[in-house]
Design a protein around this ligand. Structure first.
Ligand code: UD1
Ligand code: MG
Length: 456
């Protein structure tokens, strides 16, 4: 058996059945373009090369792959005219010429194929091995026709199949492992004399068999891994089933409680600790991590964020690209974004927004507040209606607030500005100048009224 492995991913088609202006492989599943799922699985198999065949919206597909992967093994091959899957593979002929390798062919629209399944597929040496599955409803797929002895005979596409062939439930997954040299030799012999006038890759195994080569069938038992996305209904169904599988794993393996699993979306990349309770209509996106013993109340969305343990996130919050440490309370109706961070035991309440702001240990901003580009110390209280005026119309400016500060209700902090430790602002202050430590300022513009405690 050739030891070296190359991988080819077919991703040049438009996907007419999607009825979309966007190439099929750019549609999202589990929050990421279909093509990136396949590229990730391919990369995990340690191949020498990964060729992605691009055609329709080649630049966009290339950009989507490059946005997630910085992998020199991934190369792009251009299919000029989309003449079928056989023609798509043929466009990599030059790139693969002289390679004494096995070529694993994957489809950009079969996103959930499992790495372990592919490793098993690669174990059997042959001119071609075809990954197949038996489907209750095989409509649309190429059917795998076996000989009387149960060996591979040929693949027949749905549109070319006779009624008897249409009744066959074993389908071609579109995933194959070929001997690279034998594949390209056979590929020169396929024609486009079929119902779709296309060059079918599916004709290659039949040609190899006729030439006396070994063609194996690898019958797999998990349809979800093998199903393709050809229209939006299939995409939605796959999303639903993938989500159900992710949530089931979190319940059974990780010990997470879901009060209403069917209404919750959780990314398959999320990690959630045990005894965390997730209520209805919660969305958890990207590589979010959530610790143990948290409560996530209804209507909240958490995206690409890190949440510690024993955190309560109340109803209808949005937390994106941010960090919430242990024992914090967030919400209801709060927003954290742009790398916001809440240190342990801090609280953010209703209608509070934190942007690129760090709220220190034990500090609180409980009502109606905007904190942007701010660094806030420990045990500080931000009164209701406080605003960091961080934008002068051209530039953003920072606000720094020390430890044990009391910002009075409705304070405007006109950045750049520093409020020293132990200081306080009166209700309605407009703070335009730095506030010395341990002093009380008030008024518009705010002036020092008294020193509240001696600096030590
Ligand atoms: C293909 C198989 C079918 C199999 C099914 C599994 C053929 C002829 N048929 O059908 O037997 O059951 O996959 O999902 O191969 N592509 C290109 N260039 C082209 C045409 C397609 O790169 O000229 C790419 C598409 O972007 C897609 C993949 O190849 O990622 C499969 O193409 P698609 O049109 O979806 O083929 P199916 O009809 O699903
Ligand atoms: Mg398809």
């Amino acid at each position: 058996m050739n030891s070296e492995l190359d991988i080819l991913i077919l991703a040049a088609g438009l996907g007419t059945r999607m009825r979309s202006g966007k190439a099929k492989v750019l549609h999202h599943l589990d929050g990421r373009p279909l093509i990136t799922h396949v590229c990730e699985t391919a990369a995990n198999l340690d191949p020498e090369n990964i060729f992605v065949v691009v055609g329709h919206q080649a630049e966009e597909v290339t950009a989507a792959v490059n946005a997630e992967f910085n992998d020199p093994r991934i190369k792009f091959v251009r299919q000029e005219k989309m003449l079928g899957t056989g023609d798509a593979v043929a466009s990599a002929r030059e790139a693969l010429s002289g390679r004494d390798s096995r070529l694993l062919v994957l489809s950009g629209d079969v996103p959930l194929i499992n790495e372990q399944t592919l490793r098993s597929l690669l174990e059997t040496p042959s001119a071609a091995t075809i990954l197949t599955v038996t489907l209750h409803d095989p409509t649309g797929y190429g059917r795998v026709i076996r000989s009387e002895e149960g060996k591979f005979d040929r693949i027949v596409e749905q549109k070319d199949a006779s009624p008897d062939e249409l009744a066959v439930k074993e389908i071609n997954s579109g995933i194959y492992c070929f001997d690279t040299g034998k594949l390209f030799a056979a590929l020169s012999k396929i024609s486009n004399h079929n119902a779709q006038g296309e060059y079918y890759l599916t004709d290659v195994p039949g040609i190899l068999r006729q030439e006396g080569e070994t063609v194996r069938l690898f019958l797999h038992n998990d349809p979800l891994e093998i199903e393709g996305v050809n229209d939006r209904r299939q995409l939605a169904e796959m999303e639903t089933r993938l989500r159900a599988r992710t949530i089931e794993k979190l319940m059974l393996d990780a010990g997470v409680t879901f009060t209403d699993p069917s209404s919750v979306y959780v990314s398959s990349r999320a990690v959630i600790g045990r005894d965390t309770v997730i209520y209805q209509n919660v969305t958890i996106e990207g590589s979010t991590t959530i610790g143990e013993n948290c409560v996530i109340r209804p209507g909240t969305r958490i995206s690409a964020s890190k949440v510690g343990s024993s955190v309560e996130i109340r109803d209808n919050c949005l937390i994106a690209d941010s960090t919430v440490n242990d024992n914090c309370v967030v919400g209801p109706m709060a927003q954290l974004r742009g790398g916001a961070e809440m240190a342990e035991n801090s609280h953010v309440g209703n209608f509070v927004e934190l942007k690129k702001t760090r709220l220190g240990k034990g500090s609180k901003a409980n009502h109606l507040t905007y904190l942007g580009d701010a660094t806030i110390g420990e045990k500080t209280n931000i009164g209701a209606g406080t605003i960091t005026c961080n934008y002068d119309g051209t530039h953003k400016h920072p606000t720094t607030i020390g430890d044990n500060v009391k910002i009075g209700s409705d304070t405007m902090l006109v950045a750049p500005v520093i409020v020293g430790d132990g200081a306080a602002t009166g209700a309605g202050s407009v703070v335009t100048k730095d506030v010395p430590a341990n002093s009380l300022v008030a008024g518009v513009p705010a002036k020092v009224k008294k020193v509240v405690a001696k600096e030590s």
